[in-house]
Design a protein around this ligand. Structure first.
Ligand code: CP3
Length: 345
């Protein structure tokens, strides 16, 4: 018999409507916090911080200590899996990620076998093990990975792009190579998330940040199908572990995404109207979101009004309060506390 969860985040994910929704924030450990900037300086750079289990656990805990969020998200990055598969990865200061590119069958064939990813990713699992010991007992530990399409878009372009043009171009010019890369990433993501759950992640989240640029049948084939395959296999191996899917900017395609993929919760970006989402997405289960991250910069009365509006719109069903995307480095840490007070007050 599965026992009834006591942690608020797990209760919402199990379908319970709570009088006060649990709350956490995408990128809650990040550059807007002075204590994060200090620990990152100690680590040297961002990737060294990701692979230093003690320091990665420390920055994961910082926002929990400061604000008492209901969940902690593992500190890592969606692009580490590319490195684990043999791609080169580095971060250019002020510009973002850079990778060696995969655009040909021979480059694809040169990737390391999926079974070998754990060699590189072992420190990430160690971070989770530390966190299972260090977190307050009411805080839920979330692991994550990028969805195949979003990760592929970086591997194909070798960097972030506005429109994922190089990935769309490869999909059009050499669909076999493109699909094979999606399949490799699907298999690797299953192994990565499964190992995170074994190491202590109580929930996992799949970030498909660029799902919104997939149109029509491409959305079904490269956003829905890989998510459904990953979730089906994770559910087989770890039946009790809830899964959050974030097909960012999916617009009307948010409706039905939980049913089509088996996700327990759909994370909504802030372009989605909360009343629409309550009627068309929350009908299938838990939703997460969806305050615009700009409010963490601008604050004021609008922050409180918008927070209350979202809480009220989702009051009729299971809801986890969050931003619609990651908090930005220019955010004011005091606004985060105001947002939490507005959710819980
Ligand atoms: O939510 C969390 O805090 C958990 C950790 C996490 C990070 N990145 C830490 C990070 C998670 C879940 C991610 C996801 C991620 N990473 C996504 C998907 C979500 C999204 O934001 O759309 C993507 C596309 C990436 C790739 C990535 N990582 C980019 C494009 C960048 C550079 C942009 C930027 O914000 O600087 C990163 C760097 C990154 N990942 C930082 C953090 C805290 C900033 C690194 C720093 O300290 O300089």
């Amino acid at each position: 018999m599965p026992h009834t969860p006591t942690k608020t985040l797990l209760r919402a994910l199990a379908g319970e409507s709570l009088p006060v929704p649990p709350v956490w924030m995408m990128r809650q450990a990040g550059r807007y916090l002075p204590e994060y900037r200090a620990t990152r300086a100690e680590a040297g750079d961002f990737l060294s911080l990701c692979y230093n289990s003690d320091l990665a656990a420390e920055v994961t805990l910082q926002p929990i200590r400061r604000y008492g969020f209901d969940a902690a998200i593992l500190f890592a990055d969606i692009l580490l899996i590319c490195q684990a598969l043999g791609a080169k990865l580095w971060f250019e200061t002020g510009e973002g990620p850079r990778l060696s590119t995969i655009t040909t069958p021979s480059e694809l064939a040169a990737l390391r076998p999926v079974a070998d990813i754990h060699e590189t990713l072992a420190p990430i699992y160690q971070t989770l093990r530390i966190l299972t010991r260090e977190l307050p007992r009411d805080t839920t530990l979330i692991g994550f990975a990028g969805a195949p399409w979003t990760v592929a878009s970086y591997m194909i372009a070798g960097k972030g792009t506005k429109d994922q043009g190089p990935a769309h171009a490869l999909k059009a010019s050499d669909r076999a190579t493109f699909s094979a890369l999606i399949d490799i990433l699907t298999a690797a993501t299953i192994e990565y998330l499964s190992a995170q759950i074994d190491a202590g992640a109580e929930v996992v989240k799949l970030f498909d940040s660029w799902a919104g640029t997939l149109q029509g049948a491409d959305f079904d084939e490269f956003a829905v199908r890989p998510a459904a395959a990953i979730i089906a296999e994770l559910k087989r191996r770890h039946p009790g572990t809830p899964i959050i899917a974030f097909p960012r900017e999916a617009k009307t395609r948010y409706a039905g995404f939980a049913r089509a993929t088996g996700a327990d919760c759909i994370a909504l970006d802030n372009s989605v109207d909360a009343a629409w989402a309550a009627a068309h997405v929350q009908v299938d289960g838990c939703v997460q979101g969806n305050l615009a991250p700009e409010h963490m910069v601008t604050g004021g009365a609008a922050l409180v009004t918008e927070t209350r509006r979202i809480v009220d719109a989702f009051r009729g069903g299971p809801h986890i309060f969050n931003l619609g995307h990651g908090i930005t480095p220019d955010a004011d840490p005091d606004n985060v506390q105001r947002m939490i007070d507005a959710v819980r007050g």
